[in-house]
Write a protein that binds this ligand. Structure first.
Ligand SMILES: [Zn+2]
Length: 108
């Protein structure tokens, strides 16, 4: 399993990246709609896509923050559901993972 301090560096970089994207999305969403009606339809569609992206990023931010909290608590790397160790391959691929692969599969 990757050491918690190495994971923390990765997670903090991820968090900074996600927050940067959040800010850019918020700016895009704050732009006033174009008055031309055909343009407006496109922009409304864009806004829906942007809102979906924003919701997705907000979820990622939350799970990265929770992973950082688990590092603080010393519970990082243990499954939040069954308490088993989360495999190192899984943590390499998804350092913010809170569940072991078995519990994550059951979740879906
Ligand atoms: Zn589990």
């Amino acid at each position: 399993m990757p050491s918690p301090s190495a994971a923390k560096v990765v997670l903090e970089a991820q968090l900074a990246e996600l927050e940067g994207r959040q800010q850019r999305l918020a700016q895009d969403l704050a732009e006033p709609l174009n008055r031309d009606s055909s343009e407006q339809a496109v922009e409304v569609e864009d806004d829906v896509a942007l809102e979906q992206q924003a919701a997705l990023i907000a979820r990622e931010v939350a799970s990265v923050r929770r992973a950082l909290t688990r590092i603080e608590n010393g519970t990082y790397g243990s499954c939040a559901r069954c308490g088993d160790e989360i495999g190192s391959k899984r943590l390499d691929a998804r350092p913010e993972a809170a569940l072991c692969i078995d519990c994550a599969r059951n979740e879906q």
